[in-house]
Design a binder for this molecule. Structure first.
Ligand SMILES: C[S@@+](CC[C@H](N)C(=O)[O-])C[C@H]1O[C@@H](n2cnc3c(N)ncnc32)[C@H](O)[C@@H]1O
Length: 360
């Protein structure tokens, strides 16, 4: 952790100030004595006498006695993201293109000069992209041990911090100017509560973008895949699930290629999704399949449900479908901070254009 992060932190229990004890201090980059890196140490809250460790450069606020399904879901992701860390890092241009698509119609230039947080950052593929748009400071948060990998991956970037914490109990002041949270809320036990916890950390001029699985057009997943995932695949030993994911990824890769070759004329569903998958190299696709099969917790949210989350928090919102099977929800305390509505990017894989919904 960099010393500057301390100014952003408060006690997640009582919101009191934290004090820092430094254990091992290193140079943030090899041969660069100008940037300090706290490799180990601790943080303490005087008012409530709680302490948290800093290990492998990451302050760690995660309780070790949480629900078993939360631990299974987050550690399953961590194993997968760790295994494919190099493959994902090797595709920066693709990551940039995908990030812009996931947060569309938000222009990431809006991060420039702002205090931005990514909730559920995984190994940090979007942090590196977001950092390239010049936020004043950027904080990645993840529940699982993948936070250690993210910190290592991003150690060369001076204004990026990584914290290990649960979204429900984040150690931050209510000052964040932008939060983005992609593919995370639907993997928490009570997604509406998770959404409220994110909103709670937004400052008065705050805005947020959340991407979640859609209930719409995913009926068969809900009725067929979900029971298999919950009862079978989430319980498989890692090598078995890894082998199965490779097999299924091969078929998906084949289907995406067949679409590309023109078979979509037969009217098979998921045209947009398959066109989108075509962007991924095989190894990256293998990772996506594992990610879909490993978690015990995954919810599918309808348009009405998401509108309800925003309205309950008295937020202006904009909601648009992505690939016909998921939703991008943009919210802001002030409607002027919502992104300008724009048609989906003219990316090769997407043709359909469902109407967006918004309320200022
Ligand atoms: C599917 S991965 C997505 C990672 C990242 N957003 C990306 O797209 O590259 C979901 C991530 O959310 C994290 N996560 C799940 N529940 C969380 C919680 N309650 N608090 C913080 N992170 C959480 C998991 O550990 C995992 O890294």
């Amino acid at each position: 952790m960099r010393p500057a992060l301390l100014a952003r932190l408060v006690c997640p229990r009582c919101q009191g100030p934290l004090s820092l004890t430094v254990g091992e201090l290193q140079a943030a980059k090899a041969g660069d004595p100008s940037g300090d890196w706290i490799e180990s140490g601790s943080l303490a809250c005087a008012p409530c006498a709680a302490t948290w460790p800093i290990e492998h450069g990451v302050p760690d606020f995660v309780p070790r006695d949480d629900r078993a399904d939360v631990q299974q879901t987050t550690s399953g992701f961590a194993r997968n993201w760790d295994e494919f860390n190099q493959v994902i890092n090797a595709h920066q241009a693709l990551n940039d293109e995908l990030f812009r698509d996931w947060i569309h119609p938000l222009d990431p230039e809006r991060f420039r000069g702002k205090l931005v947080m990514e909730a559920g950052c995984g190994m940090g593929r979007w942090l590196r992209v977001a950092a390239s748009y010049g936020p004043r400071e950027l904080i990645g948060v993840d529940y699982s041990s993948i936070a250690f990998t993210a910190a290592k991956n991003l150690r060369d970037l001076p204004d990026v911090h990584v914290v290990r914490a649960d979204i429900l109990h984040m150690p931050f002041k209510r000052e964040l100017e932008y939060i983005y949270c992609l593919g995370v809320v639907h993997h928490t036990p009570e997604p509406a509560r998770t959404f409220d916890a994110l909103v709670d950390k937004l400052g008065p001029q705050g805005a947020m973008c959340v991407w979640v699985y859609g209930a719409e057009n995913n009926g068969w997943i809900h009725h067929v895949v979900t029971p298999v995932r919950e009862k079978v695949t989430s319980k498989l030993p890692h090598p078995v699930l890894a082998g199965l994911s490779k097999l299924l990824a091969l078929q998906l890769y084949g289907a995406a290629a067949a679409y590309h070759a023109g078979l979509e004329k037969l009217g098979f569903p998921y045209a947009d999704y398959l066109r989108y998958l075509r962007r991924y190299p095989f190894k990256y696709m293998e990772h996506i399949v594992y990610d879909h099969l490993v978690p015990q917790i995954a919810h599918y949210h309808s348009r009405g449900e998401l509108q309800g989350w925003a309205e309950k928090n008295q937020l202006a919102y904009q909601l648009s479908p992505r690939n016909g099977n998921s939703w991008r929800l943009h919210v802001a305390r002030d409607a002027k901070l919502l992104p300008e509505e724009k048609p989906d990017p003219a990316m090769a894989w997407r043709k359909s254009s469902e109407p967006a919904a918004s309320k200022a």
